[in-house]
Design a protein around this ligand. Structure first.
Ligand code: SAH
Length: 222
């Protein structure tokens, strides 16, 4: 989407029918929380993908965002966000894998402050521009390796990871606040599970949720 050509108000009013259709599909698939459905309706997903893909933005499937990465399927974004919303205080959230910035925008509507980490500089730069255009004031960005988390602002009440490591990254566990919640896909390609981790005063509670398919969490920055 070439945002030099449209105003924010115009952007937010486009694809209303498709957005409503998406909300109905998400409800059929079991997303029930009104706050989550409301935000998914409001965030202009078509603004976060290449203009040539705009008309596909409200279909419930992943789309390419360049560099062999994908914007997650809306159902997965809604599901992971709903899990965080119900299991963590709504203070500071750390997002690993900014990508196009869509999940970041959803989180920024629901949490006080979002810290978002991306390893690919050009994706991070474009996401920054989009979220600035949408006038968010509660998002901080870091071009760095998400395996390290973002220690300066820890602890986080919520952590969401949108690419899959082969095992749980210890730094992310360490930066999770007590009573906080980490939602993360873990495992090799083709064998990933979505995990929900709750930090208790003396332990981490681990819940294995659904099988999922994410791009791998990779080490180092480019
Ligand atoms: N939430 C994103 C999903 C993007 S796909 C969106 O809505 O668009 C996963 C993202 O994780 C990619 O952008 C990829 O570059 C990023 N990523 C992979 N490994 C990473 C790492 N170690 N640190 C930070 N980001 C990483």
């Amino acid at each position: 989407m070439n945002y030099a050509k449209v105003t924010k108000t115009q952007l937010l009013s486009q694809y209303k029918y498709e957005r409503q259709q998406l909300i109905e599909r998400l409800q059929q698939k079991g997303i029930e929380t009104p706050e989550i459905l409301d935000i998914i309706y409001k965030v202009p997903r078509h603004f976060f993908v290449d203009e040539a893909l705009s008309s596909h933005a409200y279909a419930d499937h992943p789309l390419p965002i360049g560099h062999s990465q994908t914007i997650s399927q809306p159902f997965i974004v809604a599901k992971m966000t709903e899990l965080l919303w119900h299991n963590a205080p709504h203070g500071k959230v750390l997002e690993i894998g900014t990508g196009c910035g869509y999940q970041t925008a959803v989180l920024a509507h629901l949490f006080d402050q979002v810290y978002s980490v991306e390893r690919i500089a050009s994706l991070a730069g474009k996401a920054y521009e989009r979220l600035k255009f949408l006038e968010f004031t509660n998002i901080a960005f870091s071009h760095s390796d998400g395996f390290d988390g973002w220690p300066d602002n820890a602890p986080y009440q919520a952590i969401i990871v949108t690419a899959a490591p082969e095992s749980l990254p210890p730094n992310l566990l360490g930066q999770l606040d007590v009573n906080g919640c980490l939602i993360i896909p873990v495992g090799h390609t083709g064998q990933q599970q979505l995990l929900k981790i709750i930090r208790k005063p003396n332990c981490y509670e681990q819940h294995v949720l659904d099988p999922v398919s994410f791009v791998p969490l990779k080490e180092g920055i480019i």
